[in-house]
Design a protein around this ligand. Sequence first.
Ligand code: G3P
Length: 221
Amino acid sequence: LLVAAGLFAAAFLLGSVPWGLIISKVFYHTDIREHGSGNIGTTNAIRTMGKVGGYAVFVLDFGKGLLSGFLAWVFAWNFLPGGGFAPGALVNYDTMLAAAFLGCVWGHIFSPWLKFKGGKGIAVAVGCLFVTFGWVGACLELLIFIVLVVATKRVSIGSIAAAMACPFFAAYYFLIVTFAPLAWLFCTIAGLTVVWAHRENIKRLRAGTENRIGDKKKKER
Ligand code: G3P
């Protein structure tokens, strides 16, 4: 458990780097939090800085997630018996992947550099999921996201649905395919945290005032 906690802390630190804010300050001389939805993530980065800045934020946030998966591999390989593949262990390789996922997503959402107010965790989660669930699971999650975004023209609907699907994908991978209940728990908490991070979006959706794709720089907070 100590190894998983160490990995969680390392992934949290990695996830806490607020790329959206850094890119907006360094290259656009503005604070992304003062524009659009006020979020530091890709959607608001595209809204505020256009495609180049927005995609840069996506790549960097996605990269944090991917790198946290790599960290899980490094920690498991170096600190767990049998690289995390010893039979019957409570903390195994899958648990490590899920601990890195939760750590990175929490680091992004509760960034200590932003007084524990960060982003909403979507790009980061997708990056992590390519490692945690593998490419098939991650692509299916992406498919849910893309279909709903295209159908509703609201990024938050795709994000919330994909986050809600996370516990179910995790149940398939970590309760049926392999048996790692802690990994399922960590993924479920991560998914629910991402839904919680969208609470303002949920309020706006209910009020019918949520941003649609194409709405530019509307102050919605
Ligand atoms: O991933 C964030 C997205 O779901 C919503 O972003 O800026 O519209 O709140 P935003």
